[in-house]
Write a new protein. Sequence first.
Length: 584
Amino acid sequence: MAVQQAVDLLRARDPARDPWPIVNRWRMGWGMSDTYDGPAPETLWIRLDADAGTQIIRHGADAADADLAFLAADVTSTAHHLLRGRLHDVYVIGGGGGRDVLAALYFGAERVRVAELNPDVVAVVDGEFGAYSGRPYSHPKVRLTVGEARSELSRIDDTFDLIQMSMVDTWAASMAGSMVLTENVLYTEEAFRQYLTHLKPDGMLSVSRWYHPERYGELARLIVLTASALRRIGVEDPAAHMVVVYATGTRELRVGTVVAKRNPFTETERGALSAWSNQMGFHGLWPRDLALADGIDVAGLLAADSTMLGASTFDLQPPTDDRPFFFNVQRPFASWADAARSGDFGRGSKSTLILGGLLAVLVLLSGAIVLSPLARYEALRPAQERTRLRNHARPVIYFAGIGLGFMWVELALIQRYILFLGHPTFALSVVLFALLLFGGIGSAMSARLSEWRLTTMSLIAGIGITAWVVPMITAAAYGWNRPARIVLAAILILPLGVAMGTMYPKGVRALDQAGLTDLIPWAWAINGVAGVIALVVGMFAAMEFGYTVVLMLAGCAYVATLWASRRPFAGSRPGGGALSGSSG
C-alpha cells in the first residue's frame, strides 16, 4: 500500500486522529512498539506478489546506529535484546530487503549468514537500489546464500547464537503440472528441529507471525510446532524453553514472536524480557507473568493436549515435511462442516473453497472441451457402430488409473524434492524433465516388454519405495553439491519414469490388437481428464493427510490398472490384446 493511500484510509476511518504516527510506524515495521517516538527511516517497498512484500531501508548498511535505533523497538528483536552482549553469529532465514540483517548488525553481530530464496530480491537490494540501501548483502560481516534456507543450513556444521525468521511467507505457488508451495518447508517439525540443532547451547530461535486474539491460528500453530520440535530433540518441558510476546502492531493484525532455546530460560533472561516488554508496551502470552495474556491457552498448546488440539477451530497439529501446510490453519473439510452448522460461512477454509471451485471448473471444461465433442461424434455414427463405454469398463479403469497415478506421483515428487534440490525451480525442472525423459524411454521400450503384469507390480513396489525408503536416501545426501544431488534425484526417479511411460502405449496397443480402435480416442480423453482432475484431488489429499497418502493413492490407481489388465480386453482377436503377454 502506498503511503498516501494509507494516510487517506486512516483519515477516512477516524478524521479526528492524526494518521502520520501510525503510518510512520507502519513504514518502520509491523511489530513496532507503540512507545517508540523516534525518527522514521525512509523506506522503499518491494512488492513480491499480492500483498506480500519487503522493505528496503535507505542507507541501512551505511547508517549510523542512531538511525537504526528503531530496529530495537520491534517485537521481532526480542531475542536480540535477550542476547545483547553475546550476539556473535546470526543466521537469517529470508533476507528480503535486508531488515533482519541490519538488526543483527545493529545489535553487534560479528558474522551474519543470510539465505534468500529469490535472486531478484538480492539483485534489486544490492544492485539496482544498492546506492539507496547501502548494499546490506555486500557488508563485510554478511555472507549471502541465494537458495532455500533449510537446504543450505543442512550443508553447514556451524552453530549460531540466533536463527531468525521474521514474517517469511508468500502468496505465490509454482504451478507447472503441479501445485508447489515454496515457503511451507520452512515451517515444519523437521525444519524446526534442524534450526534448534544448529544453535549454540544458549542460542535462540526467533520466529514471528501474525496474531489476533480471535484469529490466532498462525501463532498458536507456531507455538505447538516449536514445542513439538523441542520434544523431538529431547526437551521434556518445552514451557521452560520458550517465550511468546506480541506487539499491537499498526494494522488490524498484531505480530507475535516465539523465542525458543535448547537450554531453559534463566531467571535473569526472564526478568530482562519482562522489563523490556513493559518498557516497549509489548504483551506476553508466555510466561503469563509478563503482562496481558489473551486469546490463546498457551499452557494447553505447550502441553500438546491432543483433546484441545482436536477441538480447536483451527488445525493446530504441527506441520511435517510430508504435510507442510503451515499457513492453512483452517481445517480443509471440518471447517466447512462447522460453517454449515453455524451459518457463518466465513469459517470455511478458503483454500478448500478455491480448490473445490477449481475442481468444478476443471470438470465442466473437461466435459465441454474433451468429452462432449467425442459424444457428439459418436451420436453421428450408426447405432451399431457406436462406442458404449459401459461395455468397456476395464479399458476405462485402465486408462483412468494411469492418468491418476502418473499425476499423483508427479505432484508428490515435486514437493518432496524442493528441500533436497534447494529451490522450487530445480525441483520442478528436474522432476518434470526426468519423468518426461524416462517416460519417453519407457514408451519406446513398451513393445518389447513381455511380462507386463510384472512391470506393473514393480511400479507399485517402486511407489512404495519412493514413499518410505527414498526420503532416507535423500536425507543422507543433503551434504552433496547440487550437481550430484540432481544426478541422484534423476537416478531415483528413473525406474518410476520408465515404468509409468510404458503404461499408455501398452494399453493403446492392446486396444488395437483387440479390434477396439474406435475406443482409442476415448482412452486418450479419459486419461487426460483423469490426469487433470488428479492434481486437485491430490492437493486435497495432501492438505488433509500428507504427500505419503498421495503416493499411496497413486499405488492404488496402478493396482486398479493391474486388475483391469488381468486378461485381454473384450473383443480381442485370438492370442492378442493381453496386457500380460507378448504384444509382438
